[in-house]
Design a protein around this ligand. Structure first.
Ligand code: SF4
Length: 226
């Protein structure tokens, strides 16, 4: 059984109340820094990326600076972020393309962003929403897991998940809902052991209600193990 639009509205409102200041934790001053930080954040914590970029962005402020720095030096600067060979190669190549094809500016369209080396759909959506304020839903592991558990979507992959989320969430909430779902995944709806007892949206959560199907008297909230 799929969630009613009313239940979806209540879930979103509740998550908004729970995570009112949810936003990107990646430190950035402009779209270019957001792009570099997002590429670095693959399989790395935001905290680690911020530590690295705090130093890196002092010596490299523009695409030209990164090209001049070169792959080898960049690898040394970003080593602690992991996957540093690939990330350095992609960042230098992306900077070259931004200089050659986009007059040194980060492009504002998803298609153009996705042409940049190291930029997939998720990264493009993160940059669109956080750097340019264009509504988008980036589906990472938290968004995928939480939206499926809640019953917001039933999809086989991130792209289908994104499409289905865009259908059930109002456009004006896309970017913020993405952050609410990430924060909820980090705070309570953990991959291995979700903390359902503390969860403010459990009464609408499909996964919770399937795991703990109990008879509910009107107005009551399900209790696990009851
Ligand atoms: S009730 Fe549990 S599974 Fe459902 S969203 Fe909350 S923490 Fe996740």
């Amino acid at each position: 059984m799929s969630l009613s639009q009313d239940a979806i509205t209540k879930i979103l409102k509740t998550l908004e109340g729970r995570y009112p200041r949810a936003g990107t934790a990646l430190t950035h001053k402009n779209p270019f820094e957001m792009l570099i930080a997002t590429i670095l954040s693959a399989q790395c914590t935001d905290k680690r990326v911020n530590t690295v970029t705090q130093v890196l962005f002092k010596k490299c402020r523009t695409p030209h600076d990164f090209v001049r720095l070169g792959k080898g030096n960049l690898e040394r600067s970003i080593k602690t972020c992991g996957l540093y060979h690939t990330k350095a190669k992609n960042i230098v190549a992306a900077c070259r393309m931004i200089l050659n094809d986009y007059e040194g500016q980060v492009p504002q369209g998803r298609e153009a962003l996705m042409k940049l080396p190291g930029v997939g759909r998720k990264t493009a959506n993160v940059v669109l929403s956080n750097a340019f304020g264009i509504p988008a839903i980036a589906v990472d592991t938290h968004v995928f897991r939480v939206s499926h558990r809640l019953g917001l979507v039933k999809a086989r992959n991130p792209e289908e998940t994104e499409k289905q989320l865009m259908e059930v969430i109002p456009r004006r909430q896309w970017s913020r809902a993405h952050h609410w779902l990430i924060h909820h995944g980090r705070a309570l709806c953990h991959a291995r052991k979700p903390n359902c007892l503390e969860c403010p949206v459990r009464q609408w959560c499909q996964d919770f209600n399937e795991r703990f199907p109990i008879k509910k008297s009107p107005g009551s909230i399900a209790q696990p193990g009851a």
